[in-house]
Design a protein around this ligand. Structure first.
Ligand code: PGA
Ligand code: ZN
Length: 430
């Protein structure tokens, strides 16, 4: 036994930012330290993600997580009691072995991730170091990420008001993390002013805290974002670039065609790539996420060539899965990976995806989910793992600002002892 030996687990059914149940967990250590985590949940989930366990039945419309909670305090607790909380790989592998399925569907990825993260926090607390230091490689310097900030939402996060799911501001010209956040907040306010000037409502916010306007076309959202950057007194492209998350898995039909319902258009993969290329020519787009659907590898290959020069980010495509990322690397598909710990279910495997991406020259963007919690550990992972970029939603709603605020505090605390990734994180631009 040592101070960091796991002695017990507590778990409960908590709520996420959409009011849906999720798993909360506390890991207790022999030395008296404890760590708590509450896990997030997506809406536009990829088919190849690790599987959350939901109860079914009547409680919470079938979305309850009491079974997952019972797995934490039952089988998982029995297996991990006595393990060292600071041995993340050992802990996570033992839970994978216990589950026995590739997608953690038996115990539930929501149960497993809650333990994985709570143990990391407990271990850091016991060692008396901040989480970002505990998760970093020995000797590695911490790195503040370039933020990608949601301004306008569509798709599954906004009642499908427009097809493209995310229109984000990337403050590439800002010299510090704090300045980047201030610029992004100003752009959001500028975009709201622009919508108001067009007679559109701005009071309602989408799942990630962005604006959720009903617009006639996807291009009009890009126009509003550019106008928002200008209204903020900033220069589109030089100061603030644009990122989009097409979330194309949500748009594809069985026959492989993509439907832009807002515009009443049906496109082949090649047409969609041409459409996106036209947007890239007309707007300062620096990053495109899920430009094609999760299993459209041929479309992705075409898109990677045609849209070269931009960050091409795989979310549903890679689902933070090392094997899927490796296929992308081998086939020259995409040049960046979105990293969402709950897509794969353990911190250790998510960490290995970041390492594999960096070794192959792929950029990494650590990401929250559309259903989030008030936890802030994601911020520490970005800093400690040196992901270079982070995406957690807009500059409002507390489950979003919890992460921004943690990064602002780390910047204030470490001062000169921490670098800010800034524009260089967008490797395709540098
Ligand atoms: P999700 O959305 O959490 O609903 O999957 C986030 C994203 O697609 O990046
Ligand atoms: Zn996405």
């Amino acid at each position: 036994m040592s101070d960091t030996t796991i002695t017990g687990l507590l778990a409960w059914e908590a709520l996420d930012s959409r009011g849906k149940p999720t798993v909360g967990c506390e890991v207790r250590l022999d030395g008296g330290a404890a760590g708590r985590a509450t896990v997030p949940s997506g809406a536009s989930t990829g088919r190849h993600e690790a599987r959350e366990l939901r109860d079914g039945g009547n409680r919470y419309g079938g979305q309850g997580v009491r079974t997952a909670v019972a797995h934490v305090t039952g089988e998982i607790a029995d297996a991990v009691r006595g393990l060292d909380a600071t041995d993340q790989a050992g802990l996570d592998q033992s839970m994978r072995g216990l589950d026995g399925t590739p997608d953690l569907g038996r115990l539930g990825a929501n149960a497993v991730l809650a333990v994985s993260v709570a143990a990391a926090i407990a271990g850091a607390t016991a060692r008396g170091v901040p989480l970002h230091r505990a998760v970093a490689d020995d000797g590695a310097t911490p790195l503040l990420p370039l933020p990608m900030v949601n301004v306008i939402s569509g798709g599954a996060h906004s009642g499908r008001s427009i097809d493209v799911q995310d229109f984000l501001a990337v403050p590439v010209g800002a010299g510090s993390f704090a300045e980047a956040i201030e610029w992004a907040a100003r752009v959001r306010a500028g975009a709201a002013d622009e919508l108001a000037s067009r007679g559109l409502p701005v009071a309602l916010v989408a799942d990630e805290g962005g604006l959720g306007p009903l617009l006639p076309t996807n291009r009009s959202a890009l126009d509003v974002l550019v106008a928002g950057i200008e209204r903020a007194g900033l220069r589109p492209g030089e100061d603030v670039g644009i990122a989009i998350d097409v979330a194309a898995t949500q748009l594809v039909r069985e026959d492989g065609r993509y439907v832009l319902a807002t515009e009443r258009r049906e496109l082949t993969a090649a047409d969609l790539v041409e459409e996106l290329a036209a947007w890239c020519a007309a707007y300062p787009i620096v990053s495109l996420e899920d430009a094609l659907a999760e299993d459209d590898w041929a479309g992705w290959r075409t898109g990677t060539q045609r849209l070269a020069g931009r960050q091409l980010l795989g979310d549903d495509l890679f689902v933070t899965n090392p094997e899927r990322l490796q296929r992308g690397i081998d086939e020259g598909v995409a040049n960046a990976v979105l990293v969402k710990p709950n897509q794969i279910g353990t911190l250790d495997t998510a960490r290995s995806v970041v390492r594999r991406a960096h070794a192959a020259g792929y950029a990494t963007v650590l990401s929250a989910r559309s259903g989030e919690t008030e936890d802030d550990w994601l911020a520490d992972l970005a800093v400690g793992w040196r992901t270079g970029q982070i995406k957690v939603g807009s500059t409002m709603r507390s489950e979003r600002t919890a992460k921004w605020n943690r990064l602002l505090r780390i910047e204030a605390e470490l001062g000169d002892r921490i670098a800010y990734a800034g524009r260089s994180a967008l490797q395709v631009l540098s």
